[in-house]
Design a binder for this molecule. Structure first.
Ligand code: NAI
Length: 470
């Protein structure tokens, strides 16, 4: 077997791995990036980007309805050529992946497509796509192999009737009725898009709330809107037991909130009950690194217990978010390059759920702040009181800001509403820079814009918002 020596190897080219590779190369290091499928990983190919493309496309349906309210003579008959939509989405994804290839090349990162199998703390066996094997000797290794959807008993993915998120984002037609097992991030996002395109959706959630890990005050706005839609059926405290595949669909047996079995018939089932780390079949046991519940254990420098082996992204657990993976990739690159005191902390880690309306959070929630012993003030401001929200017909939701009463520092910002995904960055910056409620309230925000709601929420935290009665 051919032997190839290289200083730094990164396995996995998702938003953790490829960002780490570019950063390392920028810092003057030689890097080999190994990827078994496509550059960009799950996020770019079958996750964040395609889902946002489809969710955004489905919002056009609302625009049609709004346009007719405004006097435009536009009718939408709720039929869409899914193949055309998918082909648009796929072209866009291909453009982005080729953009990453260009960036890697420009930064002189060597990329090899193939499967990596770890042999020991300095060697891996690479089987390329032509089945040629090479022994790679490395000084440093970054494992960025990501995660995959969890399967549940009796619902084996076939990506035809029983779908994972991958199948859910590649539908060739809009299902008449889809059962979604798991009312978390993926279930709610794919559910949102299919509902808008005309599907009936039944969400089966095991706990008592959809999006159970999010602030329920924000979730309630999404739930209220869903409940107004007759085609959305949300079943909480409910479990999916098993299913029978039929010619024209699937019969699912559920155990309802009273413990009674019921049958539900649908065209498709989407299973979105969480994701598991990709640590199987890669020789992880040959490295001697510590795992915790299947995830690779790392310190704040993204280093495992074996000092030349690092891990980043979903495979180390915590928030399974692309931007968290990228940040960890940058930290690993800086630590390996040397001369930096980089450490990862997730204090100002924003998260977004692309429901309707969107939910976005950064920093501590009210409950978390209280649990940590802070005395807090909370400022709230509804989008309905904002001129810009009225002008664009997007008045649902509110901004909530959590302030430390002792020193007025911003502890958290939580938004449910139109474009919350973009608005939340102001909160991330505020927390990162140690801003106070006054800093946010005294900053002049352009009028009329949605970020004015953040300024007003900050003013409301000390009882001085202008456009609501305090
Ligand atoms: P999730 O952890 O967000 O939600 C899973 C849901 O399934 C939970 O509500 C859980 O209570 C429920 N559940 C678990 N077992 C069940 C069962 N047997 N029957 C019924 N319900 C059950 O996981 P999801 O949606 O698969 O997403 C995985 C990860 O991907 C998330 O943790 C998130 O970090 C990431 N993601 C992030 C997105 C974003 O940033 N916008 C979008 C999509 C995914």
């Amino acid at each position: 077997m051919e032997l190839k020596k290289i200083d730094n190897v990164i396995v996995g080219a998702g938003p953790g791995g490829y960002v780490c590779a570019i950063k390392m190369a920028q810092l003057g290091k030689k890097v080999l990036l190994i990827e078994k499928e496509k550059l960009g990983g799950v996020c770019l190919n079958v996750g964040c980007i395609p889902s946002k493309a489809l969710i955004n496309a489905s919002k056009i349906v609302d625009k049609f309805k709004f346009a007719s309210e405004l006097g435009f003579s536009i009718n939408y008959d709720e039929k869409i050529d899914m193949l055309k939509l998918q082909s648009w989405k796929n072209k866009m994804v291909n453009k982005l992946t080729s953009g990453i290839a260009t960036l890697l090349k420009a930064n002189k990162v060597e990329v090899i497509y193939g499967n990596a199998y770890f042999k020991d703390r300095n060697h891996l066996e690479l089987t390329d796509n032509n089945l040629n094997k090479t022994l790679i000797e490395f000084e440093n290794l970054v494992i960025a192999t990501g995660s995959s959807p969890i399967e549940i008993p009796n619902f084996k993915f076939d990506e035809d009737k029983i779908l994972s998120s991958t199948g859910g984002l590649n539908l060739s037609e809009v299902p008449e009725h889809i059962v979604i097992i798991g009312g978390g991030y993926i279930g709610m996002e794919i559910g949102t898009f299919l509902l808008k395109l005309g599907s009936k959706i039944t969400i089966i959630e095991a706990t008592s709330n959809i999006l159970p890990t999010s602030d329920q005050e924000l979730v309630s706005i999404v739930l209220r809107k869903l409940k107004r839609n007759k085609k959305a059926n949300i079943l909480t405290n409910t479990k999916a037991k098993d299913c029978i595949i039929k010619n024209n669909g699937v019969e699912i047996t559920i155990i309802n909130d009273k413990g009674i079995e019921e049958k539900v018939n649908a065209d498709k089932v989407l299973v979105a009950v969480g994701r598991k780390p990709n640590t199987k079949d890669i020789g992880i046991e040959n490295l001697g690194i510590e795992l915790e519940k299947g995830f690779i254990k790392v310190n704040k420098k993204m280093q495992t217990n074996i000092s030349n082996i690092y891990a980043i992204g979903d495979v180390v657990g915590g928030y399974m978010l692309a931007h968290k993976a990228s940040k960890e990739g940058i930290i690993a690159a800086e630590v390996i390059a040397g001369g930096y005191k980089s450490e990862f902390d997730n204090y100002a880690m924003p998260s977004v759920i692309f429901t309707d309306p969107e939910i976005a959070s950064v920093g501590l929630t009210e409950d978390e702040a209280i649990q940590k012993g802070y005395k807090i003030k909370v400022g709230r401001f509804p989008f309905a009181a904002l001129g810009k929200s009225m002008a664009i017909g997007e008045t649902e939701g509110f901004v909530k800001i959590i302030i430390n009463e002792e020193n007025n520092l911003v502890l958290g910002l939580h938004i449910v509403g139109y474009d919350a995904s973009s608005l939340i960055s102001e909160g991330a910056l505020a927390i990162e820079m140690g801003a106070t409620a006054e800093d946010m309230a005294l900053t002049i925000h352009p009028h009329p814009t949605l970020p004015e709601a953040i300024m007003e929420a900050a003013e409301a935290s000390f009882g001085k918002a202008i456009h609501i009665v305090n």
